[in-house]
Design a protein around this ligand. Structure first.
Ligand SMILES: O=P(O)(O)O[C@H]1[C@H](O)[C@@H](O)[C@H](O)[C@H](O)[C@@H]1OP(=O)(O)O
Length: 867
């Protein structure tokens, strides 16, 4: 065991009890400058203080044998003040080399007054190691007296400290600038547990938004082109199209500008709380970090607890004057449906379908075309096996293609488009039709062709309804011709092989030369016909679907584009967090077969704890956040083997459907179950529970409205129950670590249900229950407030200490001390510093009075900070 301790502290006035802390400073050999490095917590009312907080030196920190460490002990007079008033008690200095080379790696030093004269106590210095780190080259220095203890740790704080050696490259690509803190807390049986708290930012904060914006640009450019390719339209529709394209182009250049700005960004990979409102950083999540607690307790296996902390995904630059996405989207949809516009109303489902059809076309057409070329290639090589294979692929893809258009929407949109062509005069309006059936409803104000809205889409006497069926069926027919021809060629080939083989075994080879050209020539015209027929279908279907999109855009310009932008911004922030959570979870669960099975057979639970109030602006943030999190359901993950040293995730897809490919080095990829290796898409189950805790929430409860929070919690409880149901259906009954756990989970869910129903004020029990359920279900935990700085810090530290109490036997008398230690000297105060360049949580007394008791930080750690 290795540590460092001080003893028998002397106070200026004999009868005064001491409130002490130790400040650790470093004297670099070359510079001879004293650099304040860190401090322990304050221990009150004793000359034999017991310090729980430790200090760590990152590996890149220049510490050598000649480096000197100065330990200064202070007595705190009044810590309630903004600047803690303290008086110097004594200090001592030692060389790191002396400690490292000492017997048992321990030094006992004398604490002296500043003039170097009077002895005021002693300090004992030791090196300590922690759990799994034992093998690593990490020196730990702790201070420890009979009763006075303080841990100083020299250890790794690169991602290695977070990831373990095996995971290094792929996690290193993602986690950056880690900060480590060490604590030692007593257990209820008077042993010591060691806790390493870590916090790291992630390159994904920028990488994911950039990838996403890139995809939006491509998607929107394609859509703008599709609008242009709609062909000739009657003046009414043409003007509409012009206006839509002008707006869309403007939007596109905004996305391009944002991407260019983000491209210039170098340096740190996190967006600070102060940059929330910056236009160019709109898509970047606020203050995104991994918060990890590594517990090493006697006789128990080491345990890791991760929480991703991030500011609520919200469109701060656009503001919250009119609320957030939840309200804005439903309001917009209602307006679009009810107000008369000069366009056709398609439901959101139909619009989504149109986008899906377009995306299928764009995906399948080039695929079919390349399979058709491969078929011709096989024909020219006269290779029966490869001919069969190419035909199989071609048939499969063509069937998918034909299937993609089997939709009433395409049919009705073709008619609608027909009526929008120049010179179309509708002679014989048909009887009223069900607009839902048709997939569209013409909303008319002063339409040139005199269509009345209530008439829906009328039939045009000259419109040949069957034409589409013919064009569409031609694809199938021409594929059948190709199949028949291939069959014939193969049949002929085998017959001639037998005949020629009977005469001369080498004749089969000659056959290639004689008939190779034949195969190609005979198939070529049929393949061209297939491509032509497909081209015909593609042009029509694309135009009809683009016409549906034109309606969507035209119906609500410019709000609809602003809403898309807002949703993209919020989604981008949420996705960056999710990808970070997924990557880390995958790395930590790589050797847990149960988890991996759960991942591919059920999917991943992602639980968000929201601390936003339902009052004023934060209500708007919560509305944004709820939609952003729910939109994550559209995301699927896939794990792939990395082919290079670039391990960053790759995104493909479009707004309604994204696939994130996470890359693992070969060695780690090998550990995965076959299903995941084969590229099975992994589903996400995001849930959000919010409990406002601050003074604004008090206002909401007294004078405002809390239904937003109640509705969100209720809806998400249903989602959580669904996930649990799936989990019990798909996983073997003994998959949970403890046999009791199944029942525990049921009880916890019931308890959560009751707490949500209870409508109690600031019912933080909801958060604890939801988080516990998430941990038991192997989920990814998130904690969010406006900027993930103050309230989030209170919540994650409380969660950490509660876990230590409930799962690791933290001595109950030390619960509050441990909590205060973490808040005063832990990673989260560093997070505050990182964000606002000041070590103060941005709370005042009045605010804190409104907080639930355990969410209040210790005296002296909060106050006015310029946020
Ligand atoms: O990290 P937060 O809790 O969202 O920070 C709040 C803080 O809770 C509040 O007391 C303070 O007045 C500020 O509004 C903080 O938000 P910032 O986003 O300004 O850091």
């Amino acid at each position: 065991r290795k540590r460092l301790a001080c003893k028998d502290l002397v106070a200026a006035t004999r009868d005064r009890k001491l409130n002490t802390f130790i400040q650790v400073s470093v004297v670099h050999p070359a510079e001879h400058i004293l650099t304040r490095y860190s401090s322990t917590e304050i221990v009150e009312g004793t000359r034999d203080p017991l310090f729980l907080t430790g200090v760590t030196f990152p590996p890149e920190y220049p510490i050598y044998e000649e480096t000197k460490i100065k330990l200064t002990v202070y007595d705190v007079k009044d810590k309630s003040q903004d600047t803690v008033s303290r008086s110097f008690l004594g200090c001592t200095t030692f060389r790191v080399g002396d400690l490292v080379k000492s017997k048992e790696q321990q030094l006992t030093l004398t604490l002296r007054t500043s003039d170097g004269g009077k002895t005021v106590g002693t300090i004992e210095v030791n090196l300590v190691k922690m759990g799994e780190l034992e093998d690593e080259e990490t020196d730990h220095i702790t201070t420890d007296g009979q009763d006075q203890k303080c841990a100083l740790v020299r250890e790794c704080t690169t991602a290695e400290g977070i990831s373990g050696k095996d995971n290094l490259p792929s996690l290193n690509a993602v986690l950056k600038n880690p900060i480590c803190k060490l604590y030692r807390f007593p257990t209820s049986d008077n042993k010591w547990m060691r806790i390493r708290e870590q916090m790291a930012e992630t390159t994904l904060s920028f990488h994911i938004p950039k990838e996403l914006i890139n995809l939006h640009i491509k998607e929107d450019m394609r859509r703008n082109q599709e609008l242009k390719d709609l062909g000739e339209l009657a003046p009414h529709w043409d003007n509409m199209r012009k206006s839509v394209i002008a707006h869309c182009d403007q939007m596109l250049s905004m996305y391009q500008d944002t991407l260019a700005e983000l491209g210039k960004h170098t340096g740190s990979s996190f967006k600070s709380s102060c940059s929330k409102g910056e236009k160019t950083l709109e898509f970047i999540p606020i203050n995104l970090h991994l918060q990890r607690m590594h517990v090493h307790s006697p006789r128990l296996k080491d345990a890791l607890y991760d929480v991703i902390t991030v500011g609520a995904p919200a469109a701060h630059f656009q503001g919250f004057k009119n609320g957030g996405l939840r309200k804005l989207l439903s309001k917009f949809e209602a307006e679009r449906r009810n107000t008369g516009y000069q366009c056709i109303y398609y439901s959101p489902e139909n619009t989504a379908k149109a986008k899906e059809v377009l995306s299928n076309i764009n995906h399948l057409q080039p695929l079919i075309s390349s399979h058709a070329d491969l078929l011709l290639n096989s024909a020219s090589q006269h290779s029966p096996d490869s001919l069969k294979n190419s035909l199989k692929m071609l048939s499969e893809k063509t069937e998918l293609f034909v299937h993609a258009f089997k939709d009433q929407l395409v049919r009705s949109a073709l008619l609608a488009l027909y009526t929008a062509r120049p010179g179309c005069v509708l002679k014989k309006p048909a009887g009223p039709r069900n607009s839902a059936e048709e997939g569209g409803d013409l909303q008319h104000q002063d339409h040139p062709s005199q269509i009345k809205r209530q008439d829906s889409i009328p039939h045009h006497s000259e419109y040949d309804e069957e034409e589409w069926d013919r064009v569409w069926a031609n694809v199938g027919k021409s594929l059948n011709c190709v199949i028949a021809m291939v069959d014939r060629l193969l049949e002929k080939d085998s017959v001639s092989n037998i005949k020629e083989g009977e005469n001369d075994p080498s004749a089969a080879d000659c056959n290639v030369l004689h008939t190779g050209g034949d195969w190609y020539e005979q198939l070529y015209p049929l393949v061209i016909t297939l491509k032509d027929c497909m081209g015909e279908v593609v042009t029509r279907a694309k135009q009809s679907m683009a016409f549906v999109l034109l309606q969507e855009l035209a119906c609500g310009l410019p709000q609809c584009l602003m809403l898309t932008l807002r949703r993209d911004i919020v989604f981008s922030q949420a996705l960056a967090g999710l990808v970070c959570g997924f990557v880390i979870k995958l790395h930590t669960g790589l050797r847990d077969q149960g988890f991996l099975q759960q991942l591919h057979s059920v999917g991943l639970l992602v639980q968000y704890e929201g601390l936003l109030s339902t009052y004023s602006e934060e209500a708007g943030m919560l509305e944004d956040m709820a939609v952003g999190i729910s939109d994550l359901q559209k995301v699927m993950f896939k794990v792939i083997e990395a082919k290079s040293e670039d391990f960053l995730p790759i995104i493909t897809g479009r707004r309604e459907h994204y696939i994130i490919e996470v890359q693992l080095p070969a060695k780690m990829f090998e550990l995965l179950p076959q299903e995941i290796k084969e590229g099975k898409l992994l589903r996400m189950y995001p849930v959000l529970f919010n409990v406002g805790i601050n003074e604004q929430q008090t206002l909401a409860e007294r004078f405002g409205d809390t239904t937003l929070q109640e509705n969100i919690n209720q809806e998400n409880l249903e989602l959580l129950k669904e996930y649990y149901k799936l989990f019990t259906e798909k996983m073997p009954p003994d998959c949970l670590p403890h046999f009791q756990e199944q029942n525990d989970l049921k009880g916890l869910l019931e308890n959560l249900h009751q707490n949500i129903q209870a409508k109690k004020r600031k019912n933080v029990e909801i958060m604890w229950l939801a988080a516990t359920i998430c941990r038991k279900l192997n989920g990814v935990r998130f904690t969010c407030c406006k900027s993930a700085k103050d309230r989030t810090s209170m919540s994650v530290t409380l969660e950490q200490c509660s876990i230590l109490r409930d799962e690791h036997q933290l001595h109950k008398d030390f619960f509050i001390r441990a909590l205060d230690c973490m808040r005063r000297e832990g990673c989260r105060i560093e997070n505050v510093l990182k964000n606002v360049k000041c070590r103060k949580y941005a709370f005042n007394m009045i605010q804190l009075m409104a907080f639930p008791k355990y969410y209040r930080p210790p005296e002296g750690t909060y106050g006015k900070a310029d946020t």
